[in-house]
Design a protein around this ligand. Structure first.
Ligand code: TYD
Length: 202
């Protein structure tokens, strides 16, 4: 199964991805990966897109697509072909939420880019929903802000709205988890239950 984890910066998805990876790895084999930069050679691209001071929104988009194409070809597709579960933190829905709703690039061409490049579509996508104010306050404690973290509250609210719209429009693929004041263990129970409903033995 190809499972993606999405949400605004500071939503807590890395903790959840790690918990799921550990669980799936007990009963079979799983791969935990992320974008941008989840492939050999991806680190320099990650540094460029997050901290390179890019001045054009389309540069960002092309770099994310370049990163995703290599990541899919080198990591995601081989793992799926080998029968492994792939857990990926951020994928094409990040591009739609951040570059369309956040940066205001057009939806149509960015949406179509995934199928034009023949990249795999996730079986299930989790959206970890958290108030943008709370997420930003967590992010501000993590150290130097990158190109997105420094955009501020209005930007994160647009990205959040983007995720909600995407989830509503494709409700069979998406699972929205309202994190609220839930603990990481309680949130993980929601993840686990949703995967059980999709037929995964957990
Ligand atoms: P990262 O440090 O991985 O953030 P997080 O730990 O919150 O996931 O940084 C990734 C940043 O890049 C994040 O702010 C979202 C942004 N991003 C996009 O704007 N578009 C994309 O397609 C991807 C993959 C990420």
């Amino acid at each position: 199964m190809f499972i993606t984890f999405e949400g605004i910066d500071g939503c807590g998805k890395s903790t959840q991805a790690k918990m799921l990876f550990e669980l799936l790895n007990k009963s079979g084999s799983a791969v935990l990966t992320h974008e941008p930069g989840g492939w050999d050679g991806g680190a320099s691209l990650r540094a460029l897109v997050l901290n390179g001071g890019l001045r054009h929104s389309w540069s960002e988009f092309y770099l994310f697509m370049l990163d995703r194409s290599e990541h899919a070809a080198r990591v995601i597709e081989p793992a799926i072909a080998a029968g492994k579960h792939v857990i990926c933190e951020r994928y094409h829905d990040s591009t739609l939420a951040y570059q369309v709703w956040g940066r205001k690039l057009p939806y149509g061409p960015l949406h179509d880019a995934l199928s034009l490049a023949s990249l795999p579509v996730p079986n299930i996508t989790f959206f970890f929903s958290i108030a943008p104010e709370k997420a930003l306050s967590r992010v501000s404690k993590r150290g130097a802000a990158d190109a997105f973290e420094s955009e501020g509250l209005a930007f994160m609210k647009r990205v959040d709205e983007g995720y909600r719209t995407l989830a509503k429009n494709e409700s069979t693929r998406w699972v929205v988890i309202e994190c609220g004041d839930k603990t990481p263990d309680e949130i993980f129970e929601c993840v686990r239950n949703s995967l059980r409903e999709k037929g995964l033995c957990l």
